[in-house]
Design a protein around this ligand. Structure first.
Ligand code: PEP
Ligand code: MN
Length: 340
């Protein structure tokens, strides 16, 4: 249930409504938009139906939320969520400006990370990505540098001013990762790991949640709901390709997920064209298409010598190709009335 309040509602009226709702065992979440304040109520809607809420001073209307997801639903929030990932004014995902997140698949060593971080920053990225804990198909493949990799990420942040996003696979690693990272990534293989989702939901860091490669859009929103339900309201949704009958690329990039997700939720939606295709040559075209489709940010893998990469070398852009791509993305952004 959501309570839409009168434009001129006073703080006392707002507090009174909230007290009334919470006294009946419901939880409330208040969001203030430019024109209106919305009180989202979570719990047993039948209790509220018996309350004649519409008679309380300051209430304009009471609307049931029919969807199984509440906190993630577009109805539930008076404004679109913008997730702050760093202190600089442009270090935000969501809003009118489109952001670019870039960096290597894995953190391999201090020098490569530093060089890549400097080049992606100079090309226009606002956040650095890099895995220190890698979810690999084979247990014999490079698994990441763990805490050493996190230290290199923090050093790269100090050098470049870029906030860092890195994957957490195991709730036991979370306290360590929180010491170094600015944003937590939950990867495609863990989108259904509900214990992990609850744990990152209790973190004070924003969460970049990737769509499971066999997950529906509904599944993705429900996973976001797990994180929001624990109190973390800074969730970024990421389309990164799904498994379909077609096998000409690694996955199929479902760009229709972008407008669909944006119609259903208030959360920022980003696209990772790199993992979707797994093929470097097509990453620029799909990045341009993702901007046109309305993505709030792109996440792109960049490696200074992809042929020597310890993971995902086939799909990483070189710093030069990345630097050529960014102005073209700006052109598409401008064409659809967005900044970059
Ligand atoms: C990644 O971004 O490093 C990654 C492993 O992506 P995904 O979970 O989408 O495969
Ligand atoms: Mn990768």
């Amino acid at each position: 249930m959501i309570i839409i309040t009168n434009p001129g509602i006073t703080q006392d009226q707002l507090d009174h409504i909230r007290e009334q709702v919470e006294a009946r065992g419901m939880r409330t979440r208040i969001t203030r938009g430019d024109k209106q304040t919305i009180i989202g109520c979570i719990g047993d809607d039948d209790v509220l139906r018996e309350m004649a809420l519409h008679r309380l001073p300051g209430v304009q209307s009471v609307v049931p939320v029919m969807k199984p997801y509440k906190l993630a639903s577009r109805q539930f929030s008076a404004c679109l969520t913008e997730v702050r990932v760093g202190d600089a004014p442009d270090q935000v995902i969501g809003g009118n400006a489109i952001a670019v997140i870039a960096g290597p698949c894995s953190v391999e060593n201090r020098d490569m990370l530093r060089e890549t971080a400097l080049s992606v920053r100079d090309a226009g990225a606002i956040m650095l990505r890099g895995g220190a804990f890698k979810p690999r198909t084979s247990p014999y493949s490079f698994q990441g540098l763990r805490e050493e990799g996190l230290r290199f990420l923090a050093e790269a942040r100090a050098t470049t001013g870029l906030p860092v996003v890195t994957e957490v696979m195991d709730p036991r690693d979370l306290p360590m990762i929180e010491k170094y990272a600015d944003c937590l990534q939950v990867g495609t293989r863990n989108m259904h790991n509900f214990s992990l989702l609850k744990e990152v939901g209790r973190s004070s860091l924003p969460v970049l949640l990737k769509r499971g490669f066999s997950a529906t859009i509904y599944d993705l929103i429900m996973s976001a709901e797990y994180i929001l339900n624990e109190g973390n309201s800074n969730v970024i949704l990421c389309e990164r390709g799904i498994r379909t009958f077609d096998n000409s690329a690694r996955y199929t990039l479902d760009l229709s997920a972008v407008p669909i997700l944006k119609s259903k939720t208030h959360l920022p939606v980003i696209v990772d064209p790199t993992h979707a295709l797994g093929l470097r040559e097509f990453v620029p075209q799909m990045s341009l298409a993702a901007v046109a489709a309305g993505a709030d940010a792109l996440m792109i893998e960049v490696h200074d010598s992809p042929e020597q990469a310890k993971s995902d070398g086939n799909q990483a852009l070189t710093p030069e190709i990345f630097a050529e791509l960014v102005p073209r993305l700006r052109g598409v952004a401008a064409a659809i009335g967005r900044e970059m």
